[in-house]
Design a protein around this ligand. Structure first.
Ligand code: SAM
Length: 228
């Protein structure tokens, strides 16, 4: 692949992506649906964790989901088949060398991908060219150091800073969420609108503490490393 991917592709990471998507489904997808007949490109679909939600919420849209990893795509096919989803086709492709004609999609969806790329503006510009006039692009990215605790935890901040640094060394940017507006504008997108979303957890929400704090966020930091 064109970039080192800081989270890697082992089965525990695949499980984490599915846990993450399940935990954040309402936060991320409550306002994502595509009209009947739309042709949608999902760039960087991974193991299909978002694909299932997208396809189920817009059953009359047609999705093309691409990822650079053949193993992730194989998992994505299994995941969507198991969910009974039939409106998705998968392609192995690099975002920087996509095999699609200009203006061939009505919508583009990108989730947790730009943060791993050293050239996010170029990636956005490439994806923008694939949109038909009047098409839309949804970009969801994290901002992993926008985290605070009570009581505060120096250890937690240091662990998060390790992820930020590892991701930077791998060519990515774990803080990209706060830059989405200027990056999208620089890439030539118009009418850019940012909708910040927050995950809030306290002890009255033990289920969310388990699903988000432990299985999504802590697991992401724990398994990040520099890889070839
Ligand atoms: C954190 S995962 C997110 C997957 C999925 N969007 C989700 O939210 O569950 C990032 C994915 O981007 C893919 N990726 C990274 N660089 C890519 C590139 N240049 N072209 C296509 N996919 C890429 C990785 O293989 C990985 O599957």
């Amino acid at each position: 692949m064109s970039e080192a991917y800081v989270h890697g592709y082992d089965p525990r990471e695949n499980k984490r992506l599915l846990d993450q998507a399940g935990t954040l489904v309402d936060l991320l997808h409550s306002d994502t649906s595509y009209p009947s007949g739309s042709v949608v490109l999902e760039a960087g679909c991974g193991v299909g964790a978002q694909t299932v939600t997208l396809a189920q919420r817009s059953p009359d849209a047609r999705f093309t989901s691409v990822d650079v990893s053949a193993d992730s795509l194989a998992e994505a096919k299994r995941t969507t088949e198991a969910a009974g989803v039939t409106n998705v086709r998968f392609h192995q492709a690099d975002i920087f060398a996509l095999p699609f004609a200009a203006e061939s999609f009505d919508h583009v969806f990108v989730c947790f991908v730009l943060e791993h790329l050293s050239r996010p503006v170029q990636a956005l510009a490439i994806l923008n060219k694939l949109l038909r006039p009047g098409g839309t692009m949804t970009v969801i990215e994290g901002d992993h150091a926008s985290t605070y605790f009570h009581p505060d935890s120096r250890a937690a901040h240091m662990a998060i800073q390790c992820l930020v640094e590892l991701q930077r060394l791998a060519g990515g940017n774990a803080l990209i969420g706060r830059q989405l507006n200027p990056l999208m504008v620089e890439a030539g997108l118009q009418a850019v609108h940012v909708s910040p979303r927050m995950v809030y957890v306290d002890s009255s929400r033990p289920d969310l503490a388990d699903r988000f704090t432990r299985k999504t966020f802590t697991a992401m930091i724990g398994r990040s490393q520099i890889r070839d």
